[in-house]
Write a protein that binds this ligand. Structure first.
Ligand code: S3P
Length: 448
C-alpha cells in the first residue's frame, strides 16, 4: 500500500447530528472472500469492506487461483477453486497490516500441498504467529518462521492434513478459524474447543456455504465446534452487515460531544461482538435499537445515540472477547467519565496491531489524563466531561488504525485540539472515516 501521511488536527466543535452507515464488517468480509474462493462457481458479496486489510486478503486469494472482481455497483464476485484446489502462489503474499488475513490464510495454506511465503508491514511482522503454527503443525504442515514465530514465514502445506481436536489456549477467533479452515481439507472431523466463546462468523459462514458444523457444550461449559472435512462448498450470496467495531467510533463521538444525536444504520449485532454496548449502557449511555432484524443468521439494527454523561465502572473481564477491539475507544471515552474505569483481563491487547494497552496509556497520559497501566489491563481516571488536551502533543498511533480513530474521537470532545499522526492506517478497516465524521459535523482537518 502506498502511504500518504495525514495528520488531521481535531478541534472541539458543535454537536454531531445525522444518520450514517459504517463500512462492512471486517471479520465477515475476510471470511466471505475466503469461503467464496473455496467454492466451485460464483459467489457474490454485497457490502464488502473495501479497506486495505480485506483487499490484501482478496489479492492473496487471487494468487491462490480464485477469480475475484468488483462490479461497478460494488458487488464483489468470487469464482472459487473448490476445497483442496488452491494453486501455489507465484510470489510472496503480503498481507499488509492484517492479522486476520494472514492467520486465516495460514489455515488454508497448511492443508494444501503447496508452499506459501507470507509477510506483512512492520506492525504485522511483530505479531505472534506461533498461536496458529502450533495447531497447524499438529495437522501436518511445516513452517519456517522468523525469530519468535513471526513473519516473514514459509508454510509447506500438506494434502494429507490430519483432523485434530484443539483446545484454544487463548480466546481467539483467528486461531479457531485457522484450524477450522485447515480442517476443511482434512478427512473426518476437526474439533475446536473454546473455553470462552469468540466471534462465531466462521461457523455461521461455513454453514451458509454448505459445510457441516455442529456446536455443543462440554461438561465444563466450553464450546465444542466440530467440522466435517472435505465438504463440497456451494457458491452463495453474502450480505455483510455494518461493522460494530467501526460503529463504535461514531457512537462514542455522539455520546461525548454535548448535544449530539446520531443514528448508525445496519450495524451487525452478533452477541459475541456487542459487549461494548452493554458496557456503555452500564456507564449510563443512552443507546436505542431500532428496526432489529435478522439477516443470514446475523442480528442487525439501527442504533440511535444521544450525548450524555458517562460514569466509570469496572468492566467485567469475561466480556473481553466480545469487545476486544473496542478497548482503545472505551479507554478514550473513559477519560470523559466520572470516576475511574477499570479494564482488566485484556492482556491480548498487547499483541494487536500495536500494544494497545501501552499505546492508550502513553497517549492519554501525554494529553494529561491520569492512567494506570497494568500488566493485563488499564485504569483510566475520568475528568467528568472535561478531558484535557495539551498543546503541542502529537499522538503516535504506532501503525494502529484503532488507536488513530480513538484519539481523533477523543479530540472532538476534549478541552482543546488534538493532533494524531499516522492516520493513513485508518484505511485498513474504516475507509472514509474522516469524511463520514465530517458529514456529522465533526471538525477534522489535515494538519500537514
Ligand atoms: C478477528 C478476531 C480478533 C480481533 C480481530 C478480528 C477475526 O482477533 O481482534 O480484529 O476476524 O477473527 P483474535 O482472534 O486474535 O482475538
Amino acid at each position: 500500500m502506498s502511504v500518504k501521511t495525514v495528520h488531521p488536527a481535531v478541534s472541539q466543535g458543535t454537536s454531531l447530528r445525522g444518520k450514517i452507515a459504517v463500512p462492512g464488517d471486517k471479520s465477515i468480509s475476510h471470511r466471505a472472500l475466503i469461503l467464496g474462493a473455496l467454492s466451485v462457481g460464483e459467489s457474490t458479496v454485497h457490502g464488502l469492506l473495501e479497506g486495505a486489510d480485506v483487499l490484501a486478503t482478496a489479492q492473496a486469494l487471487r494468487a491462490y487461483g480464485a477469480d475475484i472482481r468488483r462490479d461497478a455497483d460494488a458487488v464483489w464476485r468470487v469464482n472459487g477453486v473448490g476445497v483442496g484446489g488452491l494453486m501455489a502462489p507465484p510470489d510472496i503474499l503480503d498481507l499488509g497490516n492484517s492479522g486476520t488475513g494472514v492467520r486465516l490464510l495460514l489455515g488454508l495454506a497448511a492443508a494444501h500441498g503447496i508452499t506459501s511465503i507470507f509477510t506483512g508491514d512492520a506492525s504485522l511482522r511483530q505479531r505472534p504467529m506461533e498461536r496458529v503454527i502450533t495447531p497447524l503443525q499438529q495437522m501436518g504442515a511445516r513452517f519456517e518462521a522468523s525469530g519468535g514465530g513471526r513473519l516473514p514465514l514459509t508454510v509447506i502445506g500438506t494434502n494429507r492434513a490430519a483432523p485434530i481436536e484443539y483446545r484454544l489456549p487463548v480466546p481467539s477467533a483467528q486461531i479457531k478459524s485457522a484450524v477450522l479452515l485447515a480442517g476443511l481439507n482434512a478427512p473426518g472431523c476437526t474439533v475446536v474447543i473454546e473455553p470462552r466463546p469468540s466471534r462465531d462468523h466462521t461457523e455461521h459462514l461455513l454453514r451458509h456455504f454448505g459445510a457441516e458444523v455442529t456446536i455443543n457444550s462440554d461438561d465444563d461449559g466450553a464450546r465444542r465446534i466440530s467440522l466435517t472435512g472435505r465438504p463440497e462448498l456451494r457458491p452463495q450470496s453474502v450480505r455483510v452487515p455494518g461493522d460494530p467495531s467501526s460503529a463504535a467510533f461514531p457512537i462514542m463521538a455522539a455520546l461525548l460531544v454535548p448535544g449530539s444525536e446520531v443514528t448508525v444504520t445496519g450495524v451487525g449485532l452478533n452477541p459475541l461482538r456487542t459487549a461494548l454496548l452493554d458496557t456503555l449502557r452500564d456507564m449510563g449511555a443512552q443507546i436505542t435499537e431500532r428496526n432489529r432484524r435478522q439477516d443470514q443468521g446475523e442480528p442487525i439494527a439501527d442504533l440511535v445515540v444521544r450525548a450524555g454523561p458517562l460514569r466509570g465502572i469496572e468492566v467485567p473481564s469475561e466480556r473481553a472477547p466480545a469487545m476486544i477491539d473496542e478497548y482503545p475507544i472505551l479507554a478514550a471515552a473513559a477519560a470523559f467519565a466520572s470516576g475511574p474505569t477499570i479494564m482488566r483481563g485484556i492482556g491480548e491487547l498487547r499483541v494487536k496491531e500495536s500494544d494497545r494497552i501501552s499505546a492508550m496509556a502513553n497517549g492519554l497520559s501525554a494529553l494529561g489524563v491520569r492512567v494506570e497501566e497494568l500488566a493485563d489491563g488499564l485504569i483510566v481516571h475520568g475528568h467528568d466531561g472535561a478531558a484535557p488536551a495539551r498543546n503541542g502533543v502529537c499522538i503516535d498511533t504506532e501503525m494502529d488504525h484503532r488507536i488513530a480513530m480513538s484519539f481523533l474521537i477523543y479530540g472532538l470532545a476534549a478541552q482543546g485540539p488534538v493532533q494524531v499522526a499516522g492516520c493513513e492506517m485508518i484505511d485498513t478497516s474504516f475507509p472514509g472515516f474522516i469524511d463520514l465524521m465530517t458529514s456529522l459535523g465533526a471538525q477534522m482537518e489535515n494538519a500537514t
